[in-house]
Design a binder for this molecule. Structure first.
Ligand SMILES: [Zn+2]
Length: 307
């Protein structure tokens, strides 16, 4: 009897202690946010990204399993700026999880502290299907924004799990130190090509171009989220011929038919380049994404003789 009492007491103590020791359950909408959250959270958090890096983050198939994942989350980290508006809001509602509703403690939108380009002037509109009504949501592609995202995640984790605040602060500082070193390397690789004119399929690369000195002068899409039209394609071909543009960057989830047709008319090279962690297997974390993209770009620039 005494032994049973000790056992029951021990079990109750273990159950009381469990929540404090359990890792925070963090869900991110993309693998980019998951990678940076992993850098900061280490083994004190458990991370589940929803979209895969090879999917168009504007148009993700909302699987029923996402509702169950969101139901158990302590913290949801989104990209924001309406990037996920086509698929995420109903999932958050269906999760019936009060902790992660927009505005709740467990909802983090790091875009509020990031440098956002292409901010709309005048009235905010989704006219003609523009999927970037609140500025360019592909902001993680500037490492300086990676730094800002990490800081926002660190502050949130420290708020939700104060006992491990020093751990998160140390890991965030370590991430920034490694990022600073990597940025110097990436900038040195890109330095010879400052001002290089390129065409991209979607407006995914505004922050990347800003960070590394590219000049994006046109898009295969007439507007973000709108498929190519014959007239717009002709305009792009003419602009590329007039300005001798030799590189067309295409995100992995777009059809290469129109880019290939533009390339065959202009002598340009189509470069399938992932804008997200997980877009291709070698781009397996935030650092490797830039390593992969910059190496790919530099090789293509050399191969085409683009200037
Ligand atoms: Zn977009």
């Amino acid at each position: 009897m005494k032994r049973l009492a000790i056992f029951v007491f021990g079990l109750a103590a273990a159950m009381r202690a469990a929540p404090a020791q359990a890792a925070l359950n963090v869900v991110t909408t993309t693998q980019d946010m998951a990678s940076i959250a992993q850098e900061v959270g280490g083994d004190k958090i458990k991370i589940t990204p929803l979209a895969k890096g090879y999917q168009d983050p504007h148009f993700v198939e909302a699987k029923p399993s996402f509702v169950l994942i969101l139901n158990k989350a302590n913290l949801l980290i989104v990209v924001g700026r309406d990037l996920e508006i086509g698929w995420l809001p109903p999932l958050i509602t269906q999760s019936r999880n009060a902790r992660i509703q927009p505005g709740a403690e467990g909802y983090l939108d790091p875009s509020t502290s990031a440098k956002i380009l292409e901010m709309p002037t005048g009235a905010i509109t989704r006219a003609e299907g523009d999927v970037h009504p609140l500025g360019n949501p592909h902001y993680w592609l500037d490492p300086e924004n990676g730094r800002r995202i990490a800081k926002a995640i660190q502050a949130k984790l420290a708020q939700m799990d104060p006992a491990n605040a020093p751990y998160y602060a140390q890991r965030e500082a370590d991430f920034e130190a490694r990022l600073t070193a990597a940025q110097q390397r990436w900038k040195a690789q890109m330095a010879p090509y400052k001002g290089l004119k390129v065409i991209t399929y979607h407006r995914s690369w505004a922050n990347f171009a800003d960070a590394f000195g590219l000049n994006v002068v046109g898009y295969v899409e007439p507007k973000p989220g709108i498929p190519p039209t014959p007239q717009h394609t002709l305009d792009v071909i003419n602009a590329m011929k007039a300005q001798n543009i030799k590189i067309i960057i295409v995100e992995p989830y777009f059809d290469t038919k129109t880019p290939n047709s533009i390339a065959s008319n202009t002598g340009a090279k189509v470069l399938v380049m992932p804008p997200s962690v997980g877009g291709v297997p070698p781009a397996s974390d935030y650092f490797k994404l830039f390593d992969y993209d910059i190496n790919l770009l530099v090789e293509a620039i050399k191969a085409t003789g683009a200037k």
